[in-house]
Design a protein around this ligand. Structure first.
Ligand SMILES: O=C(O)CCC(=O)C(=O)O
Ligand SMILES: [Mn+2]
Length: 246
């Protein structure tokens, strides 16, 4: 299957404002429903039912290598288990949750208490908040140790994130493919996210799309992904991701 490469399809690198990819309700670009084959989007302008903003070099190359090394050693990475249909599974990646005290997650029945933001995370959170126009109070850090580490398809749509949440996703380290699949139509978008890139999902993206990081066979170096979110209220949210795909 031919894969869509965001980087080669962008008209230019736009570090300051980002490439905005949105086309809400652009019915003519939607592929026919019920198609048995999974179609790829015709082009980045074809994104619909949501908004993506993408900046390939949000963090400059020299800084992203330093940041990767700093976060790799300083964050308190942990291996978590979740219960899926009554059976416990080890999540195929390491994780760490940072943020304000009441911005925690409940993960398959287990509460994940946020650790106080480190200096680097606070700095990155402020940068991402300014770019996205949202005051983020939580960041989930994921460490993909190799190609076997992955994340199942899911939407970041927990009630605590509010209606149409803004999620800022920063990649450091190895490039991995980020898949987006539409919930109702046979449409898939694949983006290769390099080190230093920022992908912001906003608008109705979480209502209509699921995203994930697939396993890959070829050897690949470690990747850190930081997803900045704004948790509203004191309730905790349940991450559903690993219930969907194994
Ligand atoms: O690693 C990624 O790019 C995706 C992470 C993600 O979707 C999440 O933490 O909810
Ligand atoms: Mn997610």
């Amino acid at each position: 299957m031919k894969q869509f490469d965001l980087l080669t399809n962008l008209p230019g690198r736009q570090a300051s404002s980002g490439q905005s990819i949105t086309n809400p309700g652009h019915a003519t670009r939607k592929p026919p429903t019920g198609s048995s084959k999974r179609a790829l989007l015709p082009g980045i302008d074809g994104f619909f039912d949501g908004t993506l903003r993408y900046v390939p070099d949000f963090v400059a190359e020299r800084d992203s290598a330093k940041l990767f090394a700093a976060l790799r050693t300083s964050l308190q990475w942990q291996s978590d288990t979740i219960k899926v249909y009554g059976k416990w599974h080890v999540i195929p990646r390491l994780q760490a949750l940072y943020g304000l005290p009441d911005a925690g997650y409940q993960y398959s029945g287990k509460y994940m208490a946020p650790l106080p933001l480190t200096e680097e995370l606070a700095h990155l959170s402020a940068l991402c908040s300014r770019f996205a126009g949202v005051e983020f109070n939580s960041v989930l850090a994921n460490l993909y140790r190799d190609g076997q580490d992955c994340m199942g398809f899911h939407s970041d749509d927990e009630p605590e994130l509010g209606h149409n949440p803004v999620i800022a996703s920063l990649t450091l380290g190895a490039t991995r493919r980020f898949d987006l699949i539409h919930k109702k139509q046979a449409v898939k978008l694949q983006l290769d996210l390099p080190s230093g890139s920022l992908l912001v999902m906003q608008g109705t993206t979480q209502q209509h799309w699921q995203h994930g990081i697939a396993r890959i066979k070829r050897p690949v170096a470690e990747r850190i992904n930081l997803t900045f979110r704004r948790i509203k209220g004191k309730r905790t949210s349940v991450i559903e991701s690993d219930k969907i795909q194994k």
